[in-house]
Design a protein around this ligand. Structure first.
Ligand code: NAD
Ligand code: MG
Length: 389
C-alpha cells in the first residue's frame, strides 16, 4: 500500500471462532500498516470478545445473544468501544460507512443475516461461512451483483480455485477439482464408523477448526457443502465440479483448463493465508504463514473419495444439481444432526440418514424466496430434533 493511502477497516463476524482468530492473527501481524479491526462479534461468550476488544480497540463489538451482554456491563467504560447486541448489531457494524471489508466467519445458517446486510451495503465480503451459500447461493450472488458488492472466498479450497481461475477466462475452464483431506476416518469401513465418539470425530488430521466443521470433515459433509458452495460462487455447471482426496492438505484445489493444463495452489495448511488474501486482495503481502519447505524429500498423494463409506458426499452432489430449497433442507438437517451427535444423542452414521430423510420429505421449491428458505430451515431442524434412531 502506498504511503498516504487509507487503511482497510475490517469487521469480523464471529471473531472468537477459529477463522475469526486467524483473521485477528493476520491483523496483529500487519501491525496496523494496512488492516484495522473495526468491528468484532461473538454469540454468547463475552470473555474472549472482551479480551479481543482490549487488544484490537475496534469501534464496535456485538454480542448476538442479547442475554450475554449483562456480563460486559461497565467493562468497556472509557474505551470508546460501543457495545451492540443481537443481529441488529451485526447489521449496524457491517453497514457502517467506514467499514470497508467484512469477514463472514459465523458458523451455520446464522451467518446469513450479517453477510446479507454487508452485501446490501455493497461491501467487499470475505466469505468463510459456506452455509450461507449452501442455503441461499443464487440469492446471495444475485444480491452481490445488484449491489456491486464483491465476494471473495476464504474457504481454503475456494480461495485456491479463485486464485487458479486468474490463469484463464471463464470460458477456458473445463472443471474444478476440490481437494479433501479425507478427514480422520479415511480408509475406515462403514462398520468401523458405527460407534465412533464425538472426541474421535473431532480429531482432524491436518486442520484445527471449530467443532461443527470438524464433524462435517469427518462425515465428508464439509466437502459436500463445498461442492455446492463452488457451484454458486463460481457460476459453474454441476458436471464441472469434482472431488479428489489428498491427505497432505498441501494442494488446496485445482482448475483444469480446456487445453488440459491444470493449475493448482499449494501451501502448508494454515487458514491465515486464505483469510489474509481475502483481506488484502488484489494485493499479496508478506504475512505470518509458514512457507512450503522443499529442502527435504516429501510426496503428495491423491486418491478417489470412498462414496459408499461417506454417503454425505453424494448428498452434496445431488443437492448441487437440484438447487432450489434442497440446500436449505440439507444444511439445516446437518446442523441439527451434528449438534445431536455432539450431545451424544445420535450415532455418527445417523447424520447422513437424518439428512437423507429431510431431503426426501421436504416440499421442494425450485425458485424459493429468502423467506421460503428460512421456513425450510426451521422445518428441517424440527424434523431432526424429533428424529429417533
Ligand atoms: P467456530 O465454531 O470456531 O466459531 C464460530 C463463531 O461464530 C464464534 O465466534 C461464535 O461466537 C459465532 N457464532 C456461533 N453461533 C452463532 C450464532 N447463532 N449467531 C452469531 N454468531 C454465532 O467456527 P469456525 O471453525 O471458525 O467456522 C466458521 C465458519 O467458517 C463456518 O461456516 C465454517 O464452515 C467456515 N470455515 C472454517 C474453517 C476453519 O478452519 N475453521 C475453514 C473453512 C471454512
Ligand atoms: Mg474447506
Amino acid at each position: 500500500m502506498a504511503l498516504g493511502e487509507e487503511r482497510t477497516n475490517v469487521v469480523i463476524l464471529g471473531s472468537t471462532g477459529s477463522v475469526g482468530r486467524s483473521a485477528l492473527s493476520v491483523i496483529a501481524h500487519d501491525g496496523a500498516a494496512r488492516l484495522r479491526a473495526r468491528g468484532l462479534s461473538a454469540h454468547s461468550r463475552w470473555e474472549p470478545l472482551l479480551e479481543q476488544a482490549r487488544e484490537f480497540r475496534p469501534r464496535f463489538i456485538t454480542l448476538t445473544d442479547p442475554t450475554a451482554a449483562a456480563g460486559l456491563n461497565g467493562q468497556l467504560r472509557g474505551t470508546g468501544i460501543e457495545l451492540l447486541t443481537g443481529p441488529d448489531g451485526l447489521e449496524r457494524m457491517v453497514q457502517d460507512p467506514e467499514t470497508d471489508r467484512v469477514l463472514s466467519a459465523i458458523v451455520g445458517a446464522a451467518g446469513l443475516r450479517g453477510t446479507w446486510a454487508a452485501l446490501e451495503a455493497g461491501k467487499l465480503v470475505a466469505i468463510a461461512n459456506k452455509e450461507t451459500l449452501v442455503v441461499a447461493g443464487p440469492l446471495v450472488m444475485d444480491l452481490a451483483r445488484r449491489r456491486k458488492a464483491t465476494v471473495i472466498p476464504v474457504d481454503s479450497e475456494h480461495s485456491a480455485i479463485f486464485q487458479c481461475l486468474r490463469a484463464g477466462t471463464p470460458r477456458e475452464v473445463r472443471r474444478v477439482v476440490l481437494t479433501s483431506s479425507g478427514g480422520p476416518f479415511r480408509g475406515k469401513s462403514r462398520g468401523e464408523l458405527k460407534d465412533v465418539t464425538p472426541e474421535e470425530a473431532l480429531r482432524h488430521p491436518t486442520w484445527k477448526m471449530g467443532p461443527k466443521i470438524s464433524i462435517d470433515s469427518a462425515t465428508l459433509m464439509n466437502k459436500a457443502l463445498e461442492v455446492i458452495e463452488a457451484r454458486w460462487l463460481f457460476d459453474l455447471r454441476p458436471e464441472q465440479i469434482e472431488v479428489v482426496v489428498h491427505p497432505e492438505s498441501v494442494v488446496h484445489s485445482m482448475v483444469e483448463f480446456v487445453d488440459g493444463s491444470v493449475v493448482a495452489q499449494l501451501s502448508p495448511p494454515d487458514m491465515r493465508l486464505p483469510v489474509q488474501y481475502a483481506l488484502t486482495f488484489p494485493d499479496r503481502v508478506a504475512g505470518p504463514c509458514p512457507r512450503l519447505d522443499l529442502s527435504h524429500r516429501f510426496s503428495l498423494s491423491f486418491e478417489p473419495p470412498d462414496r459408499e463409506t461417506f454417503p454425505c458426499l453424494e448428498l452434496g452432489f445431488e443437492v448441487m444439481r437440484r438447487g432450489g430449497t434442497a440446500g436449505a433442507a440439507l444444511n439445516a438437517a446437518n446442523e441439527a444432526a451434528v449438534a445431536r451427535f455432539l450431545d451424544g444423542q445420535i450415532g455418527f452414521l445417523d447424520i447422513p440418514r437424518a439428512c437423507r430423510a429431510a431431503l426426501d420429505h421436504h416440499s421442494f421449491d425450485p425458485r424459493p424466496s429468502l423467506d421460503d428458505l428460512w421456513k425450510v430451515d426451521a422445518w428441517a431442524r424440527q424434523e431432526v430434533a424429533r428424529w429417533s434412531t
